[in-house]
Design a protein around this ligand. Sequence first.
Ligand code: WTA
Length: 630
Amino acid sequence: MSESFDVKLEAKTYKPDSSYMENSNIGDWETAYNRYLKDPDGFWDGIAKELSWFKPWDAVKEWKHPYAKWFVNAKTNITFNCLDRHVNSELRNKVALIWRGEEEEQERIFTYRQLHREVQRCANALKNLGIKKGDTVCIYMPLIPEHIVAMLACARIGAVHSIVYGGFGAAALHTRIRDASAKVVITADVGYRRGKHVPLKSIVGEAVVNAPSVEKIVVVRRTRPQVELVSEMEIDYYELLNEAGKECEPEVMDAEDPLFILYTSGTTGQPKGIVHTTGGYMVGTYYTTKYIFDLKENDVHWCTADPGWITGHSYIVYGPLAAGATILITETVPDYPDPSVWWKIIEEFGVTIFYTAPTAIRMFMKFGEEWPNKANLDSLRIIGSVGEPLNPEAFEWYHRVIGKSVCPILDTWWQTETGMHMITTLVGEPMKPGFAGKAIPGVQVDVVDKEGNPTPPNVGGLLVIKEPWPSMMRTVHKNDERYRQYWSTIEPFYTAGDLAVKDKDGYIMVLGRSDDIIIVAGHNIGTAEVESALVSHEAVAESAVIGKPDAMKGQAIKAFVILRLGYEQSEKLKNELIYHVRMSIGPIAMPSEIEFVSSLPKTRSGKIMRRVLKAQEMGIDPGDISTLEE
Ligand code: WTA
């Protein structure tokens, strides 16, 4: 699907009340965008100066395609901006973090001063374990305050964090620990999910076998009586903190020193370790929180993602804290004990900014409006969406039922690789359901054909980013070649891997991936990763995986499987294969359907043609099949 193609576009426009524009931090799109275009470096220089630096930059950027440096030679520490800067101001006693557990009474609150103290102690605890600037620490935790503290503690001392989502299984965790050569893994005995335990610590135990870089496992023990720490390797989180000193000066970080690695699914079985650095990432996430999400002093900011995804890194933690927000996190899932739980949280804590995913919105649509209607949602000011296209029906429902036909919806398009929002409709601007919107000021995007020529309005093509931006990834860990590919596929642009189309007003509709990545309930899953998990089962000779449209999850996984000789097709075997994928990658990658086949469509060079399978499945024309083997 790399050719351009025609798309029918029509949309009703929604215009927010003019008070939104009058009070907006950034103003109207056209003025702000032109201000940026006139002097791109000056634009970013101005934003960066709103933050604290130990030493200013010699130049805003240095661009030698495809390598960028931002805020050249500047020194800072992101935790100085997320914590010390506020503790040294009148925000000292402001609530930084609210945590709500699964039970209604479970609540923990940290002011900026308290969070600052916890982070410093945790940072010293890591130092006591021998962690130094540049070492990698893996974090595999439930959504509790210690998770946020651990991230910031790493950043405090210049250790690179690599967070693995707590829903991943042992094999996926193992691959990520090994690739990043993590020295320490921070975890908890359990996470809580629907009243049940998720046994995180035992998954870590399995994952560190044959991961020689790991020296220690730090465990937050939540259950009582406390679980035993069995091996030489395991240490209690709070014992470690109690022994650690109180004060920890922030490490002086070069703007280009790495801040974290975050793995995202690739088109091969091996996930890509996306590397983000300190200065540009800090400026990008701060800017988009303050000026795109229009953050105000009294906002209570709730991003429902997990810190294990980029959305959690940028918009639970770094952006909102750098901007001095009150953030809310919760271990609850949206429908337990019943589908009113999130709406009650909004009412009880007075959430003003709510940022979630289309898959959650569609699930709430299915449950019905009576659940949100039980709560008072008047505190909400702005609502957002991220992770996959927000289809017009879901937009309309979200706007009417949650936003009470008042709140602007920010449908934000971006990626792990971009670090921050790239495309959306600014607060107060007219919104078009189905369209993410336009490039935000500071960013230049376009839709092009495979030669890089802009496609005319209503003609689909590939989404590219034309100029570097501060929070862009700097490399793929141990695979710089893969990094360069992003910038060489349609040179000189950055190719996002998404299909998109622009309308006559320049609004961009993102249609989906152009490669072998499936977005299931907002999570990127590489077909190859699921295929290799299947093939690692003794009964499977070969497999091919495709995404199938699904009303709730956007896409669902269907796997075609060729069995080895001697294995019989059965329902039981199907279930066993699904379980096998669940245990190796995690529940998010579980196929919802398995079909046993005797052959798979392949090119003459032996590559599986997934698009042929997909076309068959959906009863559509498979397109050009001239390379198909007989
Ligand atoms: C998709 C998540 C349509 C897209 C921040 C992208 C979207 C991939 C949107 C990145 C959106 C994300 N509309 N599609 N608003 N937001 N996507 O790395 O295909 O987990 O390339 O980053 O999600 O997913 P990732």
